[in-house]
Design a protein around this ligand. Structure first.
Ligand SMILES: [Zn+2]
Ligand SMILES: [Zn+2]
Length: 227
């Protein structure tokens, strides 16, 4: 089903008429795609086909990363609009950009898509899980089921900056519980990739529950910190 929008672009407020996205063509064209990034962590890298030095010495638990863009400009406005201002019309453009990036990646598709779970308290406060909203149109478009049964976040995300690396890993290590999975190849959908601590913890829990390959699909990655 295609929904047609008329009115103004969600991002630049320019007039749009009879198009299938609430974001105008010009704003879609200026989407901040990642260029020359590490295929595992998404950080800026000279070559996009081999992992960066940090990932070579300390590989991520997920098999591959698919990221639709950098968390700047239009992606930030759309994601913040969704999470903090309940602008549900942003789900379409965000899911569309991620879906296009997945298709362009030519990777084998998973048997199921798993939205990054929120702790029940956060979900209750927000009223929805943004990753679930973004995952649904992608599943529809690629004909892959969304699976959430028996996958729970048992601990809210702590303020990670206040923890050192070891305590962060200890806290995150117990953040998810996953019942035995009926799939081998799955993909996690998340809105923003920052430290990757939650994604790594969920990936490990999914691998322990029977998955043999976990891919990570994210809409946006925070810019590579200056080192
Ligand atoms: Zn626009
Ligand atoms: Zn890397």
């Amino acid at each position: 089903m295609t929904i047609f929008y008329t009115g103004s672009c969600l991002l630049c407020l320019g007039v749009i008429s009879l198009i299938s996205s609430p974001v105008c063509d010009r704003c879609v064209a200026s989407w901040p795609h990642l260029r020359h990034s590490c295929p595992q962590c998404g950080d800026a890298s000279l070559q996009s086909d081999i992992p960066c030095g940090r990932c070579l010495s300390n590989p991520k638990p997920w098999h591959s990363l698919c990221c639709a863009g950098e968390y700047t400009g239009p992606t930030t406005w759309l994601i913040k609009g969704l999470k903090y201002h309940r602008q549900l019309a942003t789900v379409g453009p965000l899911a569309h950009q991620l879906c296009q990036t997945i298709v362009r990646g030519h990777q084998p598709l998973p048997e199921a898509i798993i939205p990054m779970p929120l702790h029940w308290r956060r979900r209750w406060q927000r009223g929805f899980n943004q990753s679930t909203l973004i995952a649904h149109p992608i599943g529809k478009c690629l004909h892959i089921p969304i699976y959430m049964k028996g996958i729970r976040r048992t601990q809210p995300t702590p303020p990670l900056e206040s923890l050192d690396r070891q305590s962060r890993q200890r806290v995150m290590g117990k953040a998810f519980t996953v019942d035995p999975l009926p799939f081998q190849h799955v993909a996690i959908v998340d809105d923003v990739l920052t430290t990757g601590a939650s994604a790594a913890a969920l990936t490990k829990a999914l691998l322990s529950a029977g998955a043999t390959r976990v891919d990570l699909w994210v809409v946006a990655k925070t810019p590579t910190p200056m080192r």
